[in-house]
Design a protein around this ligand. Structure first.
Ligand code: OAD
Length: 238
């Protein structure tokens, strides 16, 4: 449908800001006086697992209380109207999934999952919160569970699949991301090199010349306005 056949959307923390979740680079990227980069690393986890578990526990609680907003819902809806629609998210909350998006490529992992560093199983975190004493239900190792999050210095997920999709897309839309963390920040360049039309929907403008179009505003407003009003996707019946 519409003028674009192969759409790739990349989302960042800004899309969940309208659901009440803090972005990373708001408040100087600090959490309880720690730089985010000092908490979200394998080294931080080895040094102080209790601190890292506490950080992610608070984020899991905030995400569980938040609801998907109109931007998450719009993307789930547009995907059902498009033959080739890829949603890549840097976010570790599950608001895209709860809005109805399927096959989200969560390149930085998922807050509600754990990973066992001994047996490498990945599973859902149940009612029991993770802590440094948690026992892996699969291999019974003690203290071996970590959040299933891609930390600084680790390799984001799904990169091969993403490269294939970026090389065939004719529309690339970045939503609510500061474009400071690679490799995601470089996706626009790959799409652009392959002649896709590139769009940024963000609260602040950007002087990044790789974007053909920049629309500023809150994601819950600019995302539906772009896909329904500009591109002509059909809004859901109210
Ligand atoms: P950032 O916090 O770096 O950027 C959020 C962007 O969203 C900024 O450009 C804001 O201006 C914009 N924004 C804020 N509120 C908005 C709203 N209501 N509507 C639209 N835009 C809004 O977050 P990310 O770019 O997602 O990585 O950060 C990238 C990665 O850095 C994260 O995935 C995380 C972090 O460190 C890991 O944890 C590995």
């Amino acid at each position: 449908m519409g003028q674009y056949q192969h759409i790739v959307v990349l989302t960042g923390a800004g899309i969940s800001a309208d659901s009440g979740l803090a972005t990373f680079r708001a408040a100087d990227g600090l959490w309880e006086d720690h730089r985010i980069e000092e908490v979200a690393t394998p080294e931080a986890f080895m040094k102080n697992p209790a601190l890292v578990h506490r950080f992610y526990k608070l984020r899991r609680q905030a995400a569980a209380q938040a609801q998907p907003n109109r931007a998450h819902i719009c993307l789930a809806d547009v995907a059902t109207q498009s033959d080739d629609f890829t949603l890549i998210s840097q976010n570790v909350d599950d608001l895209h999934q709860r809005a109805g998006s399927e096959d989200v490529l969560s390149i930085h992992g998922q807050l509600n999952q754990y990973q066992c560093v001994q047996c490498h199983v990945v599973d859902q975190i149940g009612h029991d919160e993770l802590n440094e004493h948690s026992v892996c239900p699969h291999c019974q190792s003690h203290g071996s569970l970590r959040p299933d999050i891609v930390w600084f210095g680790e390799m984001p997920l799904y990169l091969d699949d993403i490269m294939t999709r970026l090389m065939r897309c004719d529309l690339f839309v970045a939503i609510g991301t500061s474009g400071t963390v690679y490799p995601a920040a470089g996706f626009v360049e790959i799409a652009k090199r392959n002649k896709a039309h590139t769009v940024m929907l963000n609260l602040d403008g950007t002087d990044n010349a790789l974007f053909d179009e920049v629309r500023t505003g809150r994601a819950s407003q600019v995302v539906p306005a772009y896909f329904y009003d500009k591109l002509g996707f059909k809004p859901p019946d109210l």
